[in-house]
Design a protein around this ligand. Structure first.
Ligand code: GLA
Ligand code: ZN
Length: 681
């Protein structure tokens, strides 16, 4: 496995951020300072043009690029490369005034007024046309600039539009999908219910009023359509760039498990995955280490979409953000810790929003490398500058990847369908949280864990956790069976395999589509517990685990081993956790929402069966590993303020230059990167 550098021109890890010089064109003194200070901070890249449309084209057809030429030239002359954004994240006033159909219509049928951002009708042909004009002009001007590294299309895609044009496209999309046969759709959506049958695709309306609608298939298909339409829009930009600058990679910046778009589907159209990381550090609801773990999960989600290469942390906040409910300052040391976490999990970049705080408007109080104070001796600037130095010490990590043997399955479709189903308890379904918990529990063994779609390959994994895999896509159950047959360890839970890809329930027992044979169980009932209700599971080894929220009542087939039974209620004594061998592997079914300790125990057993060595980490310490050829880099991160001692690790600490043989001490928020190569790995 060779290193795959995202940007051969960058020497090591990219260090950069959003830079908005168009806000300062009347202050050449400041623009000059920017270059000096970027160099001081060890920045080698800047993201330009994200919201520059009105500066590029202040009136329709009148273009100004001179300013950006000067900036890009100057940056390049100083060793700072450019990621150039297409400016479609926000529209200039002249465009909305003349072409109001570019403005989005909400779920109540009301068209937006001019303003804000990220609120276009993605179907509007005139919008696509105006974007294509400015894109072509950008390529004319900058497509062969030696400083241009990458295209960043638009910004944080999101949202949906209910305008008549989008509705028509939705109907056409459905007609295509259901082979122009309305009866197929009626079947798939079970529309005899409440007399919802359609005679024709033209009768289908989107789920207006925010999905307070009665057809689950329709709600789901609307979300899929929104992803499809957004991807179609995205392609209208990428097609121009791919044709005209085939050597320049393309990305767009994602946001965690954004509920509005299936990123996994969109990722297929991108060359590189990038995302914007804004954890709510130091909040008063959870330990800091938990916030870090959630952020690690989000990194793993992004990495796993294109795991054969590094991803990018396109944005993160130096100091603080301005849009959380409480915008607390990051404590000293956290900047380095969070930046190293991104790299440890496979990012080849540490980038910020933003380089310099603007003087006015919505984000004037958002953190930046350079504050309104304007100097290079603020705490935040110094932390960024120090990080710039540290990143140089680990530059050889660039181009290496994380090779996880363990994965958690997370599907956008299951997230949408579970959220939308009327059943269980609306407040405690928590599907994404349960996937995150599986990630947390598995990674607590010092392992890297991918977060994949059920439609991805299972080839590289020895252990797969599939919490609440409610919806089964075609072939998933066969592929899971094959995975176990070949020796895979599968751990599934309550709410597995209830519906097909149209949200129709399987008949003959859940988990459906043949999975009941793999697990050797049928879930006959699912009990929803009130928030204060508890049950308990007693395991055959004598240990106990608490149950909350959900508990299924199982029928167990011959040959299935019961390893835990319920302690209370009318299902007392009945199976709660089972395992069944199939070929060389085992399929474990966890019928209830079990306490973390018990889940960890079940995962530990699966890892043992898979012969995956684990590391015993102190609480609050993360371990991630990147590798290439004959070398590997193990990152250890202390997500607490206390000193921690980690045993069982070795290698050359690239940050201190000291060898470590067995035991490593980390100060609060401390990080280490241990290199091992050859037969020492
Ligand atoms: C997002 C956007 C940026 C900026 C930051 C603020 O990630 O992409 O333009 O608004 O949030 O945190
Ligand atoms: Zn529209």
């Amino acid at each position: 496995m060779e290193r795959k550098l995202l940007f051969p021109k960058i020497d090591g890890i990219m260090h950069g951020g959003d830079y908005n010089p168009e806000q300062w064109l009347d202050r050449p003194d400041i623009l000059k300072e920017d270059i000096r200070m970027m160099k001081k901070a060890g920045m080698n890249c800047a993201t330009l043009g994200v919201f520059s449309w009105s500066t590029f084209e202040p009136r329709e057809g009148e273009f100004h690029f001179e300013w950006l030429h000067q900036i890009m030239d100057e940056l390049y002359a100083n060793g700072i490369y450019t990621i150039l954004a297409t400016p479609s994240g926000a529209r200039p006033a002249w465009l909305d005034e003349k072409y109001p159909e570019a403005m989005r219509v909400d779920a109540y049928g009301v068209r937006a007024h001019h303003g804000v951002r990220h609120n276009h009708c993605m179907s509007a042909l005139v919008y696509r046309e105006k974007v294509s004009i400015i894109l072509n002009r950008l390529v004319d001007e900058f497509g062969s600039h030696p400083g241009l590294l990458m295209w960043h299309i638009s910004n944080e895609f999101g949202g949906e539009c209910y305008c008549p044009h989008c509705v028509k496209r939705f109907q056409n999309y459905l007609a295509e999908k259901f082979d122009h046969d309305i009866e197929k759709l009626n079947q798939a959506w079970w529309t005899k219910f409440w007399s919802h049958e359609y005679n024709d695709f033209s009768q289908i309306e989107p789920p207006y009023q925010n999905g307070e609608y009665s057809i689950m298939g329709l709600n789901l298909e609307w979300k899929r359509f929104t992803t499809w339409n957004m991807t179609d829009y995205m392609k209208s930009e990428t097609a121009i760039l791919r044709e005209r600058t085939p050597d320049i990679p393309i990305t767009t910046n994602f946001m965690k498990l954004f509920p509005g778009l299936d990123y996994r589907k969109m990722s297929e159209e991108l060359d590189v995955i990038s995302w914007d990381s804004y954890p709510r550090f130091h909040n008063d609801e959870e330990p800091f280490a938990d916030t870090m773990t959630e952020n690690a999960f989000d990194h793993a989600v992004m990495r796993s979409m294109k795991k054969e290469q590094p991803f990018m942390m396109m944005e993160s906040a130096p100091g603080l953000v301005n849009w959380h409910p409480y915008n607390k300052m990051q404590r000293p040391g956290v900047h380095k810790l969070a930046s190293f976490q991104a790299v440890a999990l496979g990012s080849d970049t540490v980038q910020y929003f933003q380089w310099r705080k603007g003087r006015g408007s919505f984000e004037q109080y958002h953190g930046a490398v350079v504050d309104h104070l304007g100097t290079d001796d603020t705490r935040v600037f110094r932390e960024v500058e120090e990080l710039g130095q540290e990143l140089k010490k680990i530059k050889e990590v660039a181009g290496t990847v994380v090779k996880a043997k363990v994965a958690v399955i997370f599907d956008w479709d299951s997230m949408w369908a579970i959220e939308d189903m009327r059943g269980l308890a609306q407040d405690t379904k928590n599907y994404p949280e349960e996937c995150m918990n599986a990630y947390r529990d598995l990674s607590s063994f010092g392992l890297d864990v991918d977060v994949i779609s059920s439609e991805d390959s299972y080839e590289d994994y020895a252990v797969i956790a599939a919490p609440m895999l409610y919806m089964l896509h075609p072939n998933v159950s066969e592929r899971l069976k094959a995975f176990v047959e070949k020796g895979g360890q599968l751990i599934a839970t309550y709410l597995t395999g209830y519906v097909d890809e149209n949200t129709l329930n399987y008949l003959g027992g859940f988990p459906g589509d043949g999975l009941r044979d793999l697990f050797g169980v049928i879930s006959e009932e699912i009990d929803t517990l009130y928030p204060k209700d508890r049950n308990k599971v007693r395991f055959t080894d004598g240990s106990e685990g608490e149950v909350r929220d959900y508990a299924e009542v199982l029928r167990v087939a011959d040959g299935t081993e019961i390893s835990g039974t319920y302690e209370n209620d009318y299902y007392k004594g009945m199976a709660a956790v089972t395992g069944r061998k199939s070929g060389k592997g085992t399929a474990v079914y966890v019928a209830a929402r079990l306490a973390q300790e018990s889940m960890r125990h079940l995962y530990a057993q699966a890892l043992k069966r898979a012969e995956i060595p684990v590391l015993c980490l102190p609480d609050g310490v993360e371990c991630h590993t990147r590798e290439a050829d004959d070398v590997c880099y193990r990152f250890l991160l202390n997500d607490t303020t206390e000193k921690k001692t980690i045993s069982g690790v070795k290698g050359l600490n690239l940050l201190t230059g000291e060898p470590v043989d067995g035991t490593l001490q980390l100060e609060g928020y401390g990080v280490a990167c241990l290199k091992t190569s050859g037969k020492n790995r």
